[in-house]
Design a protein around this ligand. Structure first.
Ligand SMILES: O=C(O)CCC(=O)C(=O)O
Ligand SMILES: [Fe+2]
Length: 287
């Protein structure tokens, strides 16, 4: 599968237009100007983070994030933030610093952006993600069920997106929110149904904001070293509750079983994902 339709870019749209065209239809879109007047857009540089937070010891993640075993979804090492920023500003690396919680760790950073008014229901919760050129975050969807507004800074990055109705073709692993398909270099021998998946490609440049509708799959590829801010919104209390339920249920079952059964649990999940994909494949072949 290599044909991705490009995600549309818009500017100057009203809350009503957004609701009608994108929010209510769960269609990804890129805002060229949502972050136009934020201080972050002009002031958040590699230097800014080096100067203000360079001494932090930060957890580092790589592509082994979803591998089973003792390190499942855990950092592979730590680094001084200034050393890491030096690397990603100039060189490729597969190391990422992710889920950096602004409100917990540096609440003053919240003064650098405004809560968007493009829809209601924005949460105070904000995350930042840093990655080096060539790094990627595995295919997953956010189990908290919120809509995500991902603003990128300094460079460009590419996000591959899939509608939740494609989950079986993506070999969604049961009890998790992720898939082991490498979107950019898929193993079709192992994942033949992925050929039939239809995705979208979003290229986000400095100051642009990608709207990821709730439960949409995303594979994030850092075509350049850079960083992003993710703001989240929930359209109802019901989805908020469902998100919380998902977090607790999926997380405790999956990490608990990984702890108890490691490789066996991984194989079980992969087998189930394959059965589900084969069901869809049989329908496709029969048509
Ligand atoms: O930008 C990234 O590195 C990851 C973003 C992401 O997965 C999210 O905001 O949910
Ligand atoms: Fe995500």
């Amino acid at each position: 599968m290599s044909n991705f339709n490009l995600v549309e870019k818009v500017a100057n749209i009203t809350k009503e237009e957004f609701k009608e065209k994108y929010l209510s239809t769960h269609t990804p879109v890129i805002f060229k100007d949502l972050a136009k007047n934020w201080k972050a857009t002009s002031e958040w540089t590699f230097d800014f983070f080096r100067k203000n937070y360079g001494n932090w010891e930060i957890p580092m993640y790589d592509d082994s994030y979803h591998n089973p075993g003792d390190n499942y979804m855990k950092p592979v090492t730590t680094k001084k933030f200034h050393d890491y920023l030096d690397i990603i500003e100039k060189n490729p690396t597969n190391l990422r610093f992710h889920n950096f919680q602004i409100m917990k760790r540096a609440p003053e950073l919240a003064d650098y952006y405004n809560t968007p008014t493009i829809m209601d229901g924005f949460l105070k919760f904000a995350l930042m993600f840093f990655g080096g050129k060539g790094s990627a975050l595995n295919l997953h969807y956010d189990i908290d069920c919120s809509h995500v507004f991902l603003t990128h800074f300094q460079t460009e990055k590419i996000v591959y997106l899939f509608n939740p109705n494609q989950s079986r073709l993506l070999y969604k692993l049961p009890f998790t929110n992720h898939s082991h398909v490498n979107v950019l270099n898929p193993d079709y021998h192992k994942y033949p149904a992925f050929k039939y998946a239809k995705g979208l490609k979003a290229v986000i440049e400095h100051g642009e904001t990608l709207f990821i509708p709730k439960l949409w799959w995303h594979y994030v590829y850092y075509s350049e070293g850079g960083f992003s801010l993710a703001l989240r919104a929930n359209d109802s209390l019901k989805t908020k509750a469902k998100g919380l339920y998902n977090l607790v249920r999926l997380f405790t079952v999956d990490t608990g079983m990984n702890f108890l059964a490691g490789e066996k649990w991984k194989n079980y999940k992969e087998e189930k994902a394959k059965e589900n994909a084969n069901k869809v494949l049989r329908k496709i072949y029969a048509a």
